[in-house]
Design a protein around this ligand. Structure first.
Ligand code: PRP
Ligand code: URA
Length: 207
């Protein structure tokens, strides 16, 4: 049985339905991707580590908390770019590192074209961002690259997944948690998530 955390939050379900609609045009589509990414990130990052921090309020000294982990956002170009804004609303100090993959539409295999992950000390927590988890090939290749950097705590955040992609990512990287706004029925004969939302890159970038 494929393992993924699939949100049941009413606001996510509502926005996801708007996103799927073919009536939703680029401007609204982009806004929805950003909002869904932010809401999903709240659910996916509940276990970030914190430490106590003392601050002075106008009235008294108060013991609060601050996030103690170095967090990296790793969007997969192109479509993952639209999720970065949403994540930055939640974690404005996070590092951002880009990975570029496109999917060969005949073989459905990921083709790498950009990787500028740095050398040296990896972030404590890497949030891999891509709205679509279809065959899982792009996500698996991206996790391979992030692990090569040395990162250990990696989570995949996506808007829609197919059972085939969840299963493939679970098998290749069982230590990577998968967080989705929705899990669809299957992949169609072209490798598209069905019923899905179509091509996430084209709909965001009006191409
Ligand atoms: C889409 C999507 C994922 C990939 C998912 O990217 O954003 O990266 O396909 O498919 P997979 O799970 O079968 O690998 P696409 O290749 O369309 O590139 P784009 O984001 O540049 O449009
Ligand atoms: N990429 C997309 O943009 N949509 C799909 O349904 C599958 C891969």
């Amino acid at each position: 049985m494929p393992q993924a955390f699939v949100s049941h939050h009413p606001a996510i379900l509502h926005k996801l339905t708007r996103l799927r609609s073919k009536e939703t045009e680029t401007v609204a589509f982009r806004r929805l991707v950003k909002e869904l990414a932010m809401l999903l990130a709240v659910e996916a990052t509940q276990d970030l580590e914190t430490r106590t921090k003392t601050v002075q309020t106008p009235l008294a000294t108060c013991q609060g908390m601050e996030i103690s982990q170095r967090v990296a956002l790793v969007p997969i170009l192109r479509a993952g770019l639209g999720m970065v804004d949403g994540l930055e609303s939640l974690l404005p100090w996070a590092e951002v590192w880009h990975l570029g993959f496109y999917r060969d539409e005949e073989k459905l295999q990921p083709v790498s074209y950009y990787n500028k992950l740095p050398e040296g000390e990896p972030a404590d927590c890497c949030l891999l961002l891509d709205p679509m988890l279809a065959t899982g090939g792009s996500a698996i290749a991206a996790v391979d690259a992030i692990k090569k950097w040395g990162a250990k705590d990696i989570k995949f955040l996506g808007i829609l997944g197919a059972p085939e992609g969840v299963k493939a990512l679970n098998m290749a990287h069982p230590d990577v948690d998968i967080h989705l706004c929705g899990l669809d029925d299957h992949l169609d004969e072209r490798g598209y998530i069905y019923p899905g939302l179509g091509d996430a890159g084209d709909r965001q970038f009006n191409t």
